[in-house]
Design a protein around this ligand. Sequence first.
Ligand code: ADP
Length: 209
Amino acid sequence: MRIYGLTGGIGSGKSTVAKIFEACGIPVLYADLLARDAIAPGTEGLREVLAVFTTDVLDADGALDRRRLAQLIFNDSSAKRRLEAIIHPRVQEQFVRRTSALAAAGVEAMIYEVPILFERDLDPIFTAIMLVCSPEHERVRRVAARDGVSPREVRDRMHNQLPDEQKRARATYVIENDAGIDKLRERVRALALELFGVDSPAAREPAGD
Ligand code: ADP
């Protein structure tokens, strides 16, 4: 089975692109969702996280307060490594399980959306890599609006990711998200046709966030 990586910096529009591909009928697996499942309520993963982080990281519903956790590890690389050691093997295991199931079901090509694909040197596992790029000021504005955070916080998060110049050099396809949604949809559908052979005149519009 061909597996295409889909990545891009925070706010580049990769989830929007993933939804357009899904609307074209292409299976998409999301690393963020696998990571969330790895430490969902009742899991061994969550128990391990709670054993590491003595500070209260649960919300009122007993689920992990991801924002609080993100704040705790932001300037603590050792805590970050310990958290990753809990999450990453579980994500990897689920990735193998899900892709194997799709391959067994006869799926020939799919997409894996991974925000930190290059940062984690995952290049070799993919048939090819698609990178979504947007101007930095647009990314800051969109994420601040999407997540209700300050532009400063968005820029801080961006600094933990590789700059686009380095990512462009490693990507097979670059999807420029520098215009409106209609233009983006047009570009993604052209790529869906080129890579997956699907044409989608009747594809439903991608749902909003
Ligand atoms: P990422 O997954 O890369 O963090 P998203 O796909 O969530 O980024 O996009 C960030 C925000 O910007 C979302 O609210 C999305 O709806 C919006 N957005 C993405 N691309 C465009 C575009 N071309 N025009 C207008 N808004 C966009």
